[in-house]
Design a protein around this ligand. Structure first.
Ligand code: BGC
Length: 444
């Protein structure tokens, strides 16, 4: 293995040296050039024979995510691509982005990375990405990708990422055993939610469980914001950063309503990731959970079934709105490894293939990004998600990096979380702080 790596690094050095030499010698004699060109090509062929590992950065580290990732590994293997794991645990992908920044700064990015939403354009501005059109024929994509997906992966009308799936974020999950035991109806308004929660508390049942990190606090806030502001104003606030909407009475109400959930926070949830709350929920330790439908992937991996072990409903007050989170991968320029563009092309084609998109999403809990696939084998929650996706207003999830860059998002979710966990900050103060923050984030 060590020998292989050493040889491989030597090959890269030699190949760069050789190509640089060809450039340097460009004005000189043609004979020398052709010998060097042949030498360089020979090295390229030997690279194909070695089939270099294809390094992919992602943050799929939980059991259900690992099973879905294995689908990716297997599909790539069939096409002779050896997947090399570059997995960073936790923080809803925040940790992965930081590590990627370090690797990119040191001039050694992976071949592909899980980058979503406006971050795609930010990486593209650094001239580090390969345009997908350079790798494969994308002319048919318009026919089977929905508009929000096309918009999400396009920068100046060029596709700069390959989309694989669509997660819905504004779900409320209900534990079937507990709801059945007490004959409870699914809450569709916040009033019903709090009445149900109060009843469950009186029976000694934990009504709601959630992890204790800023992105999870903000995920709950996001659903409340959709319900209180409506789809249009939500977009004006979190995509366009419209100051009037940000400082509106509806925004103050959103923060006030959000704060009412703090009563369900417990000391042991502090710092816990989503995997902790999803386990507590499915082990019947709590009746309700707000989370995107990747959580369903973790329950599928445990053999749990939609509508049998858990129910899915849109978060109260968000019926008719679908907050989406699109997983996609960008491809990095690896100038010194030009033969590898071939692997990148295969990577893109594999990820866009119907069989991969179907197999992957069925385990992941998402919908395929392609809308021309048969979903009859998908569970009832995915069927509901698919119907709602067709008819609902669609809004980008800001906690999932769909509305703003991850840098902007990080600051906003920190403010939301600080407010949630503060004893002294009023909703009015938090809204004022949000206005100031957004101004700072958008000033040139
Ligand atoms: C990603 C999902 C992932 C989830 C939890 C989200 O940001 O889009 O694919 O499963 O984080 O790790």
């Amino acid at each position: 293995m060590k020998y292989y790596i050493t040889c491989y690094i030597d090959y890269i050095r030699l190949h760069i040296a050789c190509n640089s030499l060809i450039k340097l010698l460009a004005p000189f004699n043609k004979g020398t050039l052709s010998i060097l060109t042949l030498f360089s090509l020979g090295l390229s062929f030997s690279n194909h024979a070695l089939a270099a590992p294809f390094e992919v950065l992602h943050w799929w580290t939980e059991q259900g995510e690992l099973q879905s990732k294995q689908v990716l590994v297997d599909h790539l293997k069939v096409n002779n691509i050896e997947f090399e794991d570059f997995a960073i645990v936790g923080s809803g992908g925040g940790g992965a982005i930081h590590v990627l920044q370090m690797r990119a700064l040191s001039g050694n990015p992976p071949e592909a990375a899980q980058i979503k939403g406006p971050d795609i354009a930010e990486w593209n501005n650094l001239s580090m990405l390969v345009g997908i059109n350079e790798l494969t024929d994308t002319s048919a994509w318009q026919q089977f990708l929905p508009k929000v997906v096309i918009d999400d992966i396009s920068v100046d009308n060029n596709y700069m990422a390959v989309p694989i799936n669509i997660h819905r974020v504004n779900w409320l999950w209900l534990n079937t055993k507990i709801f059945k035991q007490y004959g409870l109806a699914a809450p569709t308004t916040w009033k019903q939610f709090f009445a149900t929660a109060t009843f469950l508390t009186s029976k000694g049942i934990k009504p709601l469980v959630f992890g204790g990190t800023p992105w999870q606090d903000a995920l709950l806030f996001e659903s409340i914001a959709i319900s209180e502001l409506g789809a249009e104003q939500y977009k004006q606030a979190f995509v366009e950063f419209n100051h009037d909407v940000i400082s509106s009475p509806e925004m103050v109400n959103t923060f006030k309503l959000f704060k009412r959930f703090h009563r369900y926070a417990t000391p042991e949830q502090q710092g816990q990731d989503w995997t902790w709350s999803s386990q507590a929920f499915i082990n019947n330790e709590a009746a309700m959970l707000f989370m995107g439908d990747w959580v369903k992937g973790s329950w599928t991996a445990m053999g749990k079934k939609a509508m049998q072990d858990y129910q899915c409903i849109p978060a109260p007050g968000t019926q008719g709105v679908f907050s989406y989170n699109i997983d996609s991968f960008v491809l990095f320029k690896k100038a010194h490894l030009s033969p590898d563009q071939h692997s990148q092309s295969i990577f893109v084609d594999t990820l866009m293939s119907p069989s991969f998109q179907q197999d992957f999403s069925q385990l992941k809990g998402s919908l395929p990004a392609r809308t021309d696939l048969d979903l009859s084998g998908f569970d009832a929650c995915s069927q509901l998600s698919s119907t709602d996706f067709k008819h609902d207003s669609k809004v980008p999830s800001f906690t999932q990096n769909m509305a703003t860059s991850s840098h902007q998002k990080a600051q906003i979710i920190q403010l939301i979380s600080d407010y949630f966990n503060s004893d002294s900050l009023s909703a009015e103060d938090a809204v004022r702080q949000l206005g100031v923050l957004v101004k700072a984030l958008t000033s040139k």
